[in-house]
Write a protein that binds this ligand. Structure first.
Ligand code: MN
Length: 203
């Protein structure tokens, strides 16, 4: 399993095929306040690429091109947050996309546990450590534990998608899921505009 850390941008020779798992690490949960530090990517083959972004150094043309590529599906867990933070700092809309959290909520109606750790445990029988979740992602030298944790957030998304796609098909909700994924960039934009605590569909 190869994990490669890149500073500033993805090298041009790193290519992804069709569906790329994407996660971000930031300094906190408020996209306008807490800056983007890492973007993790995986092809689903057990390897991961981590792009480390320094404060204010968000040029990253190769990374932006990949995220904005209409031919590449960006596979997230809780896309709403990542899409907002990627829009805020890189200025790109990371679409088309698939969100394992939305898919889970549409089919795993027997539980309210839709965290990545819960999904990976139930659907793949893998125990995911969340120990490094709260750490200083802006550190210029990341620890081995941070790197392993950051990578682990993208390594299982393809396998999860395969399981969730079976469940969506079984329950006849694949079309609904696709439509919900399509709305995520709008939801993310509403979050960035200050509507994060409002459900605009509520009476
Ligand atoms: Mn993460």
């Amino acid at each position: 399993m190869a994990i490669t850390v890149h500073r500033g941008d993805l090298p041009a020779h790193v290519q992804f095929s069709g569906i790329v798992a994407v996660d971000t690490e930031t300094l906190g949960l408020k996209p306008r306040r807490d800056r983007l530090c890492l973007v993790q990517l995986s092809d689903g083959d057990g390897s991961a690429h981590i792009v480390q972004l320094a404060a204010g150094a968000y040029a990253a043309p190769n990374l932006k091109a990949l995220l904005a590529d209409p031919e590449t599906v960006k596979l997230f867990h809780y896309a709403r947050f990542d899409v907002a933070v990627l829009k805020q700092y890189l200025g790109v809309v990371a679409a088309p996309l698939y969100c394992t959290k939305i898919a889970s909520k549409l089919v795993r109606t027997y539980t309210d546990r839709h965290g990545l750790k819960d999904l990976v445990k139930e659907l793949l029988n893998i125990d995911l450590s969340k120990q490094q979740q709260s750490s200083d992602w802006a550190a210029s030298e990341l620890s081995e534990a941070q790197i392993a944790y950051a990578a682990s957030d993208v390594l299982h998304l393809h396998a999860l998608k395969a399981k969730l796609d079976e469940m969506l098909a079984r329950e006849g909700r694949a079309g609904l899921a696709e439509a919900a994924f399509g709305f995520v960039p709008v939801r993310a934009e509403l979050d960035l505009l200050g509507f994060e605590d409002d459900d605009i569909f509520i009476h």
